[in-house]
Design a protein around this ligand. Sequence first.
Ligand code: UD1
Ligand code: MG
Length: 464
Amino acid sequence: MSKRKLAVIVLAAGQGTRMKSKMPKVLHALAGKSMLSHVLSGVEKLNPERIVVVVGPGAKAVELAAKPHNTVVQTDRLGTGHAVKQAFGALGGFCSEGDAADIMVIFGDTPLIKTQTYEHMVDLRRSNDGPKLLGLAFRPAEPGRYGRVKQDAQGHVVGIIEHADASDAEKAIELCNAGILLGDGPTVYRLINQLDNNNAQGEYYLPVIFDFAYAEGLDTRAVEASEEEVMGINSRQELAGAELVLQKRLRADAMAQGVTLIDPATTWLSVDTKFGRDIIIEPSVFIGPNVEIADDATIKAFSHIEGAKIGEAAIIGPYARLRSGTVIGQGGKVGNFVETKNAILGEGAKANHLSYIGDAEVGAKANIGAGTITCNYDGFNKWKTTIGEGAFIGSNTALVAPVDIGAGAIVGAGSTVTKSVADDALAVVRGRLLDKAGAGASFRAGRKKIKEQKSNQNNENNKG
Ligand code: UD1
Ligand code: MG
């Protein structure tokens, strides 16, 4: 196998009008990251020498999302062949005559293609009798508007005809073009410069370079992928369809790694979710970006988790909400209707019911009672609360930050704590209890008497 350099050109200049969105299509997210980011990470694993993204005019956000890769702007959207040509400038001397380099062209709105598929194409191209030009094809249930791949008896690609230009006989071809191609750099360079826009759509069609290459007697081939893998996204409906495909892959990967998903169909994961082993995830759990879950943890039903690190054997939920900056120590417990944000809970610390723990550090084995709120925000700034090891915070306590509760300290239920509490101290902030013997009974008798008097008065009035 020959070692050749590789440049990848990502076409992402489409307007994506069918998304009906103010955001460029390729920035819409799937499983926690943008379509473009899926596409880029898919090809980054090939270690190409260059990646160039072709963007539309005014798409600053796409340029930022493409970083650190180069972007070029395609000012007029004159077709896929024209788009690739715009990228040539950014390739510099790469792929000039005689250069041992390949060019791969992929689409920014086709995010489900697996790295293995790209690798397979690269391996085939680099094999000793590898083709000069290689396409990716598929057999959709409904070939519809796709370009059709014409082959000769040996399976070489004779050419690709766009649906708009195809005869009835060509439309009957089942093998369709997925759009991705890989070829000898200098050859691709040269053939693209020969394209014209003399066709039904008046566009410079990239796939026509197959027709040129075959006519020159070059080896042109296609590898096949599943329809699901090459699915392009043009609408919200297709975005949802792609999300489902990705989720199925992520769920299968999680289970293969030793995670029990009680109801895979209602477990939502992100591409970057990291799992240990023997984790149990109950039904209806949403895991957003940047979450790590260690061995033996349990995530109970209806929990929403993002930006959190969950320690070994921790128990989260049901109905817990862990937000960014949450770290739960080994054996920690976060129960129903507890929200955490920027909160570090030490080993075995517990917040089991109805609490908000924000901008806080909670020591090992501390117990946070039901309804405890860290009042971290004064309308202008956020402040920190620290709770020492083994501290006990009684139910319905407001900890007004900045405040420190010492190790082993006890805070009585219903307290509003505005000053720090020393280690092992007992702090209770509440009005004194008034206990008057017999006052309840006499109060009741008094009220009863008033009620009777009122009712007698009403009867008199009605008679009159
Ligand atoms: C293209 C192929 C078709 C194939 C289909 C697979 C061509 C001419 N046709 O058709 O054979 O079956 O993909 O989905 O290539 N883009 C630009 N600049 C342009 C035009 C397109 O950057 O001027 C980008 C789009 O943003 C998109 C990709 O290229 O990411 C494909 O363009 P699209 O218009 O969707 O091509 P299709 O008509 O679907
Ligand atoms: Mg398309």
